[in-house]
Design a protein around this ligand. Structure first.
Ligand code: C2E
Ligand code: CA
Ligand code: CA
Length: 476
């Protein structure tokens, strides 16, 4: 019946309308951030690829700005989700207002990436200077605090910028580089709150990525070696112990110095595993020496601040000593002044416990930090190691001479033993002996050597000691 047909057609077009609306809603959700109504990441990426397509036909400059507000998780946690949403809406409004007034200069897309990350695509730019200017205006717009539920919230915006076509020619790379630049700015590498990508960053980021991976593998495979540098007691002219110095047996780069990886390992929290290996290996070596009849020599291990900050550090050290059957008096721990300034209270507590059970504590590189001798009085330490930089010119530099002389006298008055580091020449040794220095370490006696060579040195003293003995007997 014709009437029914008309009705049916009406119904169909109604449904068609609903479907169209529905699909456009889906389209919207797919492409826009529901909270702010801004294009989301997907649409933003699409806009960049359009620029790249056009760019291959007409030469033009574009910039990608990644903006980090850096507050949203705190606000969500303290004031609640609704407050966080208000903050995001306010920021979105400010960014919109900032860029709308410059719409004549450039074409742009403002986007929310999620979290507190926004992004801006600026196209058809006359110069890089224009970008700098826009970035500054953007940061200015975030300067004033945001008022939410009676709270004034101060923002800490950071912007990373990558440029097309000079930095990269693909969407992924452009975004990645803007992100790296933003990260760089956030870490406080720059005075400003924004950073343009530059190639040194990429190199650094690639290098760090690689080093991180290799170090984790090195920890797993124990790609380490401990070298030992002997310490000489001046009074008895005998070797009384050695300092353990780590090397990385890198699979392709050979034996690496600690300067190449220790600081990095500290930053990444990897030093704990490395340090554990060092203490374990030093204790095993002490056990070997005991079996060979060298029952008195000590091994000194260098610590890093991160290790000392662990809650279970003291317990771990005693556990290692116990399982290797080594008495605590044969282990020495070297710490620096700067390490103690970090977390002074807990570092103190840990050192006290270690020291009271017989482990020797030494202050390494003394003189290079900030502490005074009087400050050391309250610390549980036994030995002061005068940094090599004071020893270097001790024969020629009157100032260094007086410093070292005074240090030795004062350290002795505080019942501390004094070790001079980096002793390379006989003249330096003679002077130190005259000043009453207790022990020396340095190339004059021996450079750091393998465990095997160190063991041999314990039974056959190195040339320097043998020659001194001859001199000594001639002197008498
Ligand atoms: P450090 O504790 O001050 O060690 C002394 C450094 O001076 C060593 O460098 C040693 O080889 C070098 N040296 C020794 N005698 C002389 C000399 O007569 N003249 C000169 N010019 N240098 C001399 P190395 O082995 O490269 O170690 C560098 C630093 O790495 C160490 O400085 C120490 O702070 C750190 N380190 C070494 N092993 C470890 C470790 O197992 N753990 C931690 N956390 N740090 C370590
Ligand atoms: Ca040391
Ligand atoms: Ca030192």
């Amino acid at each position: 019946k014709p009437e029914n047909v008309t009705q049916l057609q009406l119904r169909v077009s109604e449904l068609e309308e609903i479907a169209t609306q529905f699909s456009s809603e889906i389209e919207y959700i797919k492409n826009y951030d529901t909270l702010t109504g801004l294009p989301n990441q997907l649409l933003f990426f699409d806009r960049i690829s359009q620029v790249i397509e056009r760019g291959s036909r007409h030469y033009l400059i574009a910039a990608i700005l990644v903006v980090d507000i850096g507050m949203i998780s705190q606000i969500n946690n303290t004031l609640g989700r609704a407050a966080g949403d208000k903050l995001l809406l306010e920021i979105s409004a400010r960014l919109n207002a900032t860029f709308r007034s410059y719409d004549g200069v450039t074409r742009l897309t403002l986007s929310r990436f999620g979290g507190d990350e926004f992004a801006v695509l600026l196209t058809e730019l006359p110069s890089k200077e224009t970008v700098t200017w826009m970035v500054k205006r953007l940061l200015d717009s975030l300067e004033a605090p945001v008022e939410i539920d009676g709270n004034s919230i101060f923002l800490s915006g950071h912007v990373g910028v990558s440029m097309y076509p000079s930095d990269a020619g693909s969407v992924d790379e452009l975004i990645n580089k803007a992100m790296i630049a933003k990260q760089y700015s956030k870490k406080g590498h720059t005075d400003t709150s924004y950073q343009f990508f530059d190639h040194s960053m990429q190199e650094i980021s690639n290098k760090h990525l690689k080093l991180d991976k290799e170090l984790r593998l090195a920890i797993k495979n124990e790609e380490w070696e401990l070298l030992y540098q002997p310490k000489l007691d001046i009074k008895t002219m005998s070797i009384i112990g050695a300092e353990a110095l780590i090397r990385w047996k890198h699979p392709t780069r050979g034996l690496l110095s600690p300067f190449e990886f220790i600081e990095f390992a500290e930053q990444r929290g990897l030093i704990v595993a490395i340090g554990d290996w060092v203490i374990k290996t030093a204790c095993q070596q002490l056990y070997e020496w005991t079996k060979l009849g060298f029952t008195d020599c000590k091994i000194a291990v260098n610590l890093s601040a991160v290790q000392l900050r662990q809650d279970d550090f003291v317990g771990k050290v005693f556990h290692t000593l116990a399982t290797t059957g080594v008495p605590p008096r044969r282990l020495e721990l070297e710490v620096t002044e700067t390490m103690l300034m970090y977390n002074f209270q807990s570092a103190m507590a840990a050192l006290k416990r270690l020291n009271s059970r017989g482990i020797t504590i030494s202050i390494d590189d003394f003189g290079t930090g900030y502490s005074s001798l009087s400050y050391l009085k309250n610390l549980p330490i036994n030995t002061l190691k005068i940094d090599g930089t004071f020893i270097k010119d001790i024969c020629n530099n009157e100032n260094d001479k007086q410093i070292v002389k005074a240090l030795i006298i004062m350290a002795h008055s505080m019942n501390l033993l004094v070790v001079a580091e980096g002793v390379e020449e006989q003249n330096q040794f003679n002077l130190l002996a005259r000043y009453g220095c207790d022990e020396i370490q340095g190339y004059l006696l021996s450079k750091p050597v393998s465990a095997k060579e160190m063991t041999a040195m314990l039974s056959t003293p190195p040339a320097f000691i043998a020659n001194s003995a001859v001199n000594f007997s001639y002197d008498n």
